[in-house]
Design a protein around this ligand. Structure first.
Ligand code: SF4
Length: 442
């Protein structure tokens, strides 16, 4: 008869609280193997995240077994919180995504479209004709487009998927021209390889390369357009130096998890935090004030705020800090054109920037790409360094240094219809003898 091991006498000690048993320790092998690794590799998560946190991944036989945040970021200096450890729960479990059976590794096509394609390919030798037979049939196009967003994707072979895409592109180019093809590829900060391959393909095709910002909608397109810089400015650590933070368009703890702590830490030194969000998002709980605009009304809210700022710091009275800032860091000083309003001929509306090519025959290179400013002491129209025109000038050091130009921050405008430039702030520009002259208005 087998003796139950539970009735075997064992040594007990520690006042009978502990007993010594001898068992196999083979189970530990499994545990140890789970954490074993051949090498440690430095990496980050380049797909759908611009965080670029620094991670060490522990690799065994080519497989990531586990990952760990690296902690060797440079210091932010005295009196500043540090960066590390940077990371987020999505990144910490990223290897699970990598080896997940749900990871998409093959092309998928909506089944309804695929059925049309299969039929068309049986009927047409040429794939372009096959595609044409689908997209010129209103019933078929309605049928496959109406099920978009409803799932129903099926796996197909790479060769079939690429053939269909090539047929679509060639058909569109032949019928409408290459500029009717629009595409986007991932943000360059994530992966130059995936970005540049897509961008190059669309560019060589003659198509329209869309901004990835439009696609992701997680960064503000207005920022690079107005300030001429990437939106990764200011550095998240610099949030700590702010006295007033407005979180708008970004649920910082969720979408910028590794750097959200700077916003939280700033509150400890008295920074006021305002959250603009229609819903009670995570970032709202960190805010001193929560502004919850009706969804869809945020553009009107921003315009209202801009109106108040311009009125109170620029129009009704001039605040030197504001003026200096907009002169150096925004496009406000650039001269714009006034066009006659189409609805009311007595009114004018703001048009495009005045370019140096609008003013005189000039041998300035890339003159159509150079907007102008008014140099305050001389009242001359000048092209500052740093416009898009200089970007491609050989031998030119391209930066935003104004190189001694003293800017007039007022918006100068040129009226298209009469060749008279009007200044908003008591100056006018008159065109005579082929030149523009600045005159002061009474
Ligand atoms: S934020 Fe998260 S997903 Fe993005 S790089 Fe950092 S750890 Fe990875």
């Amino acid at each position: 008869m087998l003796k139950s091991r539970f009735f075997k006498k064992v040594d007990k000690f520690n006042g009978n609280f502990t007993q010594l048993e001898e068992h196999s320790r083979r189970w530990e092998k499994l545990y140890k193997e789970r954490w074993a690794h051949d090498k440690v590799v430095r990496t980050t998560h380049g797909v759908n995240c611009t965080g670029s946190c620094s991670w060490n991944v522990y690799v065994k036989q080519g497989v990531v077994t586990w990952e760990h945040q690296s902690t060797d970021y440079p210091s932010c200096g005295p009196n500043m919180p540090e960066y590390e450890p940077r990371g987020c729960p999505r990144g910490a479990s990223f290897s699970w995504y990598e080896y997940s059976p749900l990871r998409i590794k093959y092309p998928y096509i909506r089944e309804r479209l695929w059925k049309f394609w299969e039929d068309a390919r049986n009927n047409f030798d040429n794939p372009i004709d096959a595609w044409e037979s689908i997209v010129t049939d209103p019933e078929k196009t309605k049928s496959y487009k109406s099920v978009r967003g409803h799932g129903g994707l099926i796996r197909v072979k790479w060769g079939d998927a690429t053939e269909m895409i090539a047929a679509m592109l060639i058909y569109t180019i032949k019928k409408y021209g290459p500029d009717r093809i629009a595409g986007f590829s991932p943000i360059p900060a994530m992966s130059m390889l995936s970005y540049s391959s897509g961008a190059r393909f669309i560019s060589l095709l003659g198509g329209e390369m869309l901004s990835f910002y439009d696609w992701y909608a997680d960064l503000p397109p207005a920022s690079p357009q107005v300030w001429g810089e990437q939106t990764d400015v200011p550095e998240s650590a610099d949030w700590y130096n702010s006295q007033y933070l407005i979180m708008w368009g970004s649920n910082v703890p969720l979408t910028r998890t590794p750097d959200a702590h700077f916003m939280v830490e700033a509150r400890y030194k008295g920074t006021k935090v305002v959250s603009v969000s229609p819903d009670y998002a995570e970032n709202v709980k960190f805010a001193d004030n929560w502004l919850a605009p009706h969804p869809g009304s945020d553009a009107a809210l921003a315009q209202g705020m801009t109106h108040v700022i311009l009125n109170e710091f620029y129009n009704n009275k001039q605040v030197p800090y504001f003026t200096d800032y907009v002169k150096r860091f925004t496009d406000l000083p650039f001269v714009i054109m006034l066009d006659q309003s189409e609805t009311n001929k007595e009114h004018v509306v703001s048009g495009r920037f005045l370019r140096i090519s609008d003013i005189k025959d000039t041998d300035t290179p890339n003159s159509e790409w150079k907007p102008v400013l008014v140099d305050e002491p001389t009242d001359n129209l000048v092209v500052p360094n740093g416009t898009i025109g200089q970007r491609w000038e050989k031998g030119k050091k391209w930066n935003l240094d104004l190189d001694g130009i003293s800017l007039n921050s007022h918006s100068w405008v040129r009226m298209n219809v009469s060749l008279i430039c009007l200044a908003l702030m008591h100056k006018a520009m008159v065109f005579s003898n082929g030149h523009f002259h600045v005159v002061r208005l009474p």
